[in-house]
Design a binder for this molecule. Structure first.
Ligand code: BGC
Length: 499
């Protein structure tokens, strides 16, 4: 027998043994894990009359000139939606309270709206859903906005911090006996970027096309993009917006901790406060090829978090901020984070950057360049390893407890959505095994909803909404999620090899 046939024989006899020895990994979750879904008021409720987004719609800024109208009519159908959330075995629900409904005009509080939200929160609790309340999810009362002179409204003035804190105090006073979990803000960096750099969100300040071209050119030549931000008025507004939002977060954190003393769920903690933060990962090769872009992405992802950890304000180099604004005492900033919420959708590779650049310039979509499947409506690629890396690194860097506050995909393909869901949950189970404290997973979204400037086309829901009748239909991915949440584990039939 030749050496090669002996090796081949050994290999054949060893394979069944190895297969037996390698037990299928167990993807299970600890007791008390929060199985949730997320929504935002503007995207689901309807009847949005007093926010900056109502004005934005009136200006025809939504794709196809759509109007939010009744959205998904969740405002009247919330009971049905919570019953469905409970049927699919979730035990937690992240939602936002619409500031512009509570305070439609400056200093006029709408008591009927307060009563409505109390009823709504009670209804979710009755269905066994622990409320996770977001205080600001992208929408702002219209009276705070100044479309004519954006520098005088929205998150450009310190007056906004005061106004926001008054709203927070009201929310805590009126709902604190029912709620223990708060997210102060949703994705402050994305809000600032869309409001002051891309112009996709109100107030619609956008870098002029020439500046965008310059940015892309600098990216290709690996030049620092921070300088570009420094030299443009839009960039300065972006930094100021983020700084104001930082103040909103730290002051709201202190306020909630001081004022919400009622332990609504009896677990010994009256208030747990965090931030729902976007994280777009960049793969290592792209980072190496374009370190300047890598640094820029790192700033987008980490500047706010680093500031909240170190107590030293560094937001894109603090361009346009005065020395007094920057010199906040560290003790008033650090560790205002009981749990950090990560909103993770995908990570970027070089090809994605190229696609983005070409689309930006020409409007052409280069999807054909890649065989990788992406979400049919927003181009989201399934990159679950990015979530693994982000959570692992974020925990290592900051040490805060973590939750995934958003993760999902806009698609009509239920097999694809389920694959996406399971792939990300596998990564979370691995992290838990490795000791990373991920306390919950909130899928975006419970129901199909109004995707900001893109309107109703992108379908993120586990539950379908028929926009003419407002009927709900449970999708296949929701049934998969229900099975996982019930078992507190991913059952073998949902694992990739069996699909
Ligand atoms: C936002 C959601 C949005 C989702 C999908 C997140 O950035 O918080 O409101 O619907 O992304 O685009």
């Amino acid at each position: 027998m030749s050496r090669w046939s002996l090796l081949a024989l050994l290999a054949c006899t060893a394979i069944p043994f190895l297969a037996r020895a390698a037990e299928p990994p167990e993807y299970d979750f600890p007791p008390g894990f929060q199985w949730g879904t997320s929504t935002a008021a503007y995207q689901v409720e309807g009847g949005n009359l007093h926010s900056d987004w109502a004005a934005w719609e009136a200006l025809g800024k939504i794709h196809g000139k759509q109007k939010n109208g009744k959205a998904t009519d969740h405002f009247t159908r919330f009971r049905e939606d919570f019953a469905l959330a409970s049927q699919i075995n979730t035990n937690a629900y992240r939602f936002s309270i619409e500031w512009s409904k509570i305070e439609p005009e400056r200093d006029r509080i709408d008591e009927a709206m307060i009563a409505h939200y109390r009823t709504m929160i009670l209804a979710m609790r009755e269905q066994g859903l622990t409320p996770y309340l977001t205080l600001h999810h992208f929408t702002t009362p219209i009276w705070l906005m100044n479309f004519k002179d954006p520098g005088k409204g929205h998150f450009q003035t310190v007056e906004t911090v005061k106004q926001f804190l008054e709203f927070v105090e009201l929310v805590v006073a009126r709902f604190g006996d029912l709620v223990d979990h708060y997210w102060t803000l949703n994705e402050p960096t994305i809000l600032s970027m869309n409001g002051y750099l891309t112009g996709n969100f109100p107030p619609g300040v956008a870098l002029p096309p020439g500046e965008v071209a310059r940015a892309l050119w600098m990216l290709l030549r690996n030049k620092s993009l921070e300088q570009l931000i420094a030299s443009s008025p839009q960039g300065k507004m972006f930094v100021r917006s983020l700084y104001t939002l930082l103040l909103c977060h730290i002051r709201a954190y202190d306020l909630i901790k001081a004022k919400d003393l009622v332990d609504a769920d009896g677990d010994g903690v009256a208030a747990s406060v965090g931030l729902a933060h976007q994280y777009v990962a960049l793969n290592a090769e792209t980072f190496r090829a374009f370190p300047a872009f890598g640094t820029m992405m790192d700033r987008f992802n980490n500047d706010l978090l680093r500031t909240l950890k170190s107590g030293k304000v560094d937001i894109f180099g603090n361009i346009g901020l005065s020395p007094e604004e920057v010199a906040l005492p560290a003790a008033t900033i650090t560790n205002r984070m009981d749990v950090l919420g990560i909103n993770y959708y995908t990570s970027l590779r070089f090809r994605d950057l190229l696609e983005l650049a070409v689309t930006q310039f020409t409007g052409l979509k280069l999807g054909f360049l890649s065989k990788e499947k992406s979400s049919d409506l927003m181009g989201i690629k399934v990159r679950p390893d990015g979530l693994y890396r982000v959570l692992k690194e974020t925990y290592a860097n900051y040490g805060w407890g973590l939750m995934v506050t958003e993760n999902g995909i806009a698609t009509h393909d239920e097999v694809f959505r389920t694959t996406y869901l399971v792939a990300h949950l596998i990564r979370i189970a691995r992290l838990l095994d490795e000791g990373v404290p991920v306390r919950g997973y909130f899928h975006w979204s419970l129901i199909d909803n109004f995707e900001w400037h893109l309107g109703t086309a992108p379908r993120f829901g586990l539950i379908e909404v028929d926009y003419t009748t407002f009927e709900r239909r449970v999708k296949a991915s929701a049934l998969a999620y229900a099975e996982i949440a019930k078992l507190n584990a991913i059952p073998p039939n949902l694992l990739p090899s069996s699909r």
